[in-house]
Design a protein around this ligand. Structure first.
Ligand code: ATP
Length: 263
């Protein structure tokens, strides 16, 4: 009888750490692609891998050869197909490293409540503008970016560099105003630009009532470290997009919480 190799079951602290880190990585990747079109592509790729191992085990040489060639270029295919998700993942890692440090410092110097109070001052005019646009059914798309990349937004936007105020946001989105089409980009304490044309999401699982405004709001958060508020012209409903996913018909209390966390 064959003996069992008990060396297999020996593991040290670093093995445990290794497994935990891989689990964390997989969880983060899952969070990034959950509910997006990338999740379906991921399942497709996993099925092809599984099929490859099955046909190889069954010694089906022709299929093994074909799928084997596919597997050889697999890593390049994965990078090409998931370039947006990889970009978002790296942004997330980078942002968390710097943001956590910043928050910790600010809390240390100012105290938690002061930081939150200060943030509320920035958020209030935006929430007030949304309340008023909801009532009047004024369509709006407000995007928040952590790092404003001029090159991305310069070509398709009107540069503003203006102080955030309720009346300014409302007047930008006034239906007859020259800047009402497109999105407003906010970064830091400034309205950086208005009338921006953004990339549309190609997610096919969105509600049918979502038109171009919603698709642009979701699209910009797929490829960038950005979040977006969408006010529907048709219904007045407020939606909030982050990482390619959208929360529909949120309340103002919820909006305040989300902005406090993300902006
Ligand atoms: N690529 C884009 N980037 C930014 N804004 C866009 C883009 N495409 C369309 N928009 C904005 O969306 C408006 C059209 O919205 P549409 O009615 O298609 O959207 P919707 O998602 O159905 O929203 P609503 O509920 O407000 O009607 C345009 O007037 C323009 O302001």
């Amino acid at each position: 009888m064959q003996s069992i190799d008990f060396n297999l079951f020996k593991f040290n602290l670093f093995d445990v750490l290794d497994v935990l880190l891989v689990a964390l990585l997989i969880y983060q990747l899952y969070n990034l692609i959950r509910g997006t079109i990338a999740a379906n592509i991921f399942i497709g790729l996993a099925m092809v891998c599984l099929l490859y191992f099955v046909v190889r085990a069954l010694n089906m040489r022709l299929l093994t050869g074909i799928l084997g060639n596919f597997m050889n270029v697999g890593i390049i295919a994965v990078i090409v197909v998931f370039q947006q998700e990889i970009r978002r993942f790296l942004l997330l890692v980078g942002r968390n490293a710097s943001l956590q440090r910043n928050r910790a410092w600010w809390r240390y110097f100012l105290g938690k409540t002061d930081v939150e109070k200060d943030n509320y001052k920035r958020i209030k005019p935006i929430i007030d503008a949304c309340k008023s646009m909801k009532q009047t059914h004024t369509g709006a798309l407000i995007v928040f970016v952590k790092d404003y990349d001029e090159q991305i937004y310069q070509n398709s936007c009107e540069v503003m560099e203006a102080k955030i105020s309720k009346r300014l946001i409302e007047s930008i989105f006034q239906k007859n105003g020259p800047l009402h089409d497109g999105a407003v980009i906010i970064s830091g304490n400034k309205i950086k630009s208005a009338s921006c044309i953004l990339p549309l999401t190609d997610n096919t699982d969105l509600p049918p009532q979502f038109g171009l405004r919603h698709r642009a709001g979701i699209g910009v958060t797929e490829a960038n470290d950005a979040t977006a508020i969408i006010v529907s012209e048709e219904t007045g409903e407020i939606s909030y997009a982050k990482q390619g996913r959208v929360k529909m018909n949120i309340s103002f209390a919820e909006l305040e919480k989300l902005l406090n966390k993300d902006y």
